[in-house]
Design a protein. Structure first.
Length: 223
């Protein structure tokens, strides 16, 4: 009886997680990792290493660019949707100890006030808000950034959340300090959502045979 109840609860968690946005997933998973003990983290690290190895060759070129400060410096115009998509890929592939590259990304991401005020960027316009939420969620949790940088990025993320809350009535989806609990996340619909933060241009320019893009394309075709 207890096993059946645990199975049902686990299935409910899976369904709940599948309905979260990409930013909410990233924040929730980082919070879960904070709760793990060292031996659990080492085990999970081995599992992740094995999964990531499957995409190593297809993402190798993108990973090199993601860790090259000169290439990252060219991604400064975050008013451009394609640039934001490339920044998301760069954050995903950024090495955990690459402080120099993280510094370049930090300088790019900390101009959100100027961008919103001077360019009139509407965060509730299509997937713009989703992209910015994911950008700052990933950056504020990424180990390549210093504690101070994470604090600043977390403040920027809070500002974005407040703007979205005013414009589209969304509740804040993250908590201060880098982790998140289930209670801190907003209510979500029962219909699973798929990431839409990768633009068509970035999708088409991805490495040929990239498994992540193939899976994303197949998932979107099924909708």
């Amino acid at each position: 009886m207890v096993e059946n109840r645990c199975f049902v609860q686990r299935e409910e968690v899976y369904r709940w997680f599948s309905a979260l946005s990409s930013a909410q997933r990233a924040e929730f998973l980082c919070g879960i990792l904070d709760l793990c003990v060292p031996i659990e983290l080492r085990f999970l690290g081995s599992c992740l290493e094995d999964l990531a190895r499957k995409d190593y060759h297809s993402l190798r070129d993108a990973e090199i660019k993601a860790n090259n400060p000169a290439d990252l410096a060219n991604l400064a115009n975050i008013t451009d949707e394609v640039v934001r998509s490339k920044l998301l890929v760069s954050l995903a592939l950024l090495s955990s100890d690459n402080r120099v590259a993280a510094g370049v990304l930090f300088r790019t991401l900390t101009h959100i006030d100027t961008i919103i005020n001077n360019y009139g960027l509407q965060l509730n316009d299509g997937q713009t808000g989703e992209q910015f939420m994911l950008l700052f969620t990933m950056a504020s949790n990424h180990p390549a950034f210093s504690f101070h940088q994470k604090q600043v990025l977390r403040q920027e993320l809070t500002q974005i959340q407040e703007i979205l809350q005013v414009t589209v009535g969304e509740a804040p989806s993250t908590s201060h300090g880098g982790g998140a609990s289930a209670a801190a996340l907003p209510n979500v619909s029962a219909t699973p959502t798929f990431p839409s933060y990768i633009t068509t241009s970035t999708f088409n320019s991805c490495q040929v045979g990239c498994p992540c893009c193939k899976e994303l394309g197949m998932a979107q075709q099924r909708l």
